[in-house]
Write a protein that binds this ligand. Structure first.
Ligand SMILES: Nc1ncnc2c1ncn2[C@@H]1O[C@H](COP(=O)(O)OP(=O)(O)OP(=O)(O)O)[C@@H](O)[C@H]1O
Length: 275
């Protein structure tokens, strides 16, 4: 039982963002997709979640072809996600931000469990358990927009898990976090690994990626450059050449600028560090 990408390609006009990509993600593991800026990582997440259509190929969740479904149908099947940039409802409370995840009819892209409409009591019980698990119970009634950035990232994470989705896509969960918060985020994500769930993350922080991933998939120019265990990826010369050398340099920049809030993390593009 798995999420599979079978010969998936994505074009934006003349640009081939993803080229003939085939990957399988089984439940019970944490996967990371890494690669240079523009490699196609977010495009993969966006295709799986239904934000982008595929140009060719098929994406399946078990027996379901998800690549022909709308975003809210995919969410309902059990694929939830976070975004590179926070997408919380700032004017709603922390608790309400979790509650809305159960209504996909009115809010496409958010998740309602397998077509079963839970009672309000069931939903609230689940949300409160989630607040407790994610250490957010003390701010349940606060406005999401009033939380410090680090806790907003935790809330965003909690939203992806509150509905118990079997596939969770995390797009740069550590973007903009300082070193301590990033370590805490890594610990938190690792603790969310379960035999009935696949966690797939796109992340530039190599310490986080290497410390929690069961498998790392390296993309370069929209193609799979290498796939393997963190150790194997670290040792691979092609990966070092295409990405990890740059990532190590970036890590130095990140540490120097640690704790500064950014919209999409501190990332390099053609040698330019963006804030
Ligand atoms: N909606 C879009 N329209 C046109 N081009 C796009 C769109 N989304 C992505 N692209 C292009 O597709 C390529 C892959 O982009 P993508 O965002 O998937 O890369 P990435 O690996 O996630 O990069 P980053 O690490 O910077 O987030 C890039 O050349 C990007 O400019």
């Amino acid at each position: 039982m798995a999420l599979t990408l079978e010969h998936v390609s994505k074009r934006f006009g003349s640009l081939v963002a993803i080229k003939d990509l085939s990957l399988t993600f089984e439940r019970g593991a944490i996967y990371s997709i890494i690669g240079p800026n523009g490699a196609g990582k977010s495009t993969v997440v966006n295709m799986v979640a239904g934000s982008y259509t595929v140009t060719s190929g098929v994406i399946r969740l078990d027996a379901h072809v998800v690549s022909s479904l709308a975003k809210h149908q995919i969410a309902r099947l059990g694929i939830s996600r976070t975004y590179q940039n926070l997408r919380l409802f700032d004017g709603m409370s922390v608790l309400e931000n979790l509650e809305v995840c159960f209504f996909t009819d009115s809010l496409p892209g958010l998740f309602r469990r397998g077509g079963h409409r839970m009672t309000k009591v069931e939903r609230l019980k689940r949300c409160h358990a989630c607040l407790h698990d994610f250490n957010l119970a003390d701010v349940a009634e606060n406005l999401a927009g009033d939380l410090p950035y680090g806790r907003q990232k935790v809330l965003e994470l909690a939203r992806a898990f509150v509905t118990d989705a079997p596939v969770v896509l995390l797009d740069e969960p550590a973007a903009g976090l300082n070193h301590t918060e990033t370590k805490e985020m890594a610990r938190r994500i690792a603790s969310l690994k379960r035999s009935d769930r696949a966690i797939i993350l796109v992340e530039h922080d190599m310490d986080l990626v290497m410390s929690i991933s069961d498998r790392v998939d390296v993309l370069n120019h929209g193609e799979l450059l290498y796939s393997g265990s963190p150790d194997a990826v670290r040792r691979n010369e092609k990966v070092q050449e295409a990405y990890l050398g740059t990532a190590a340099e970036l890590d130095i920049v990140r540490k120097l600028t640690e704790g500064r809030r950014t919209s999409g993390g501190i990332r390099a593009h053609a040698g330019v560090v963006r804030h």
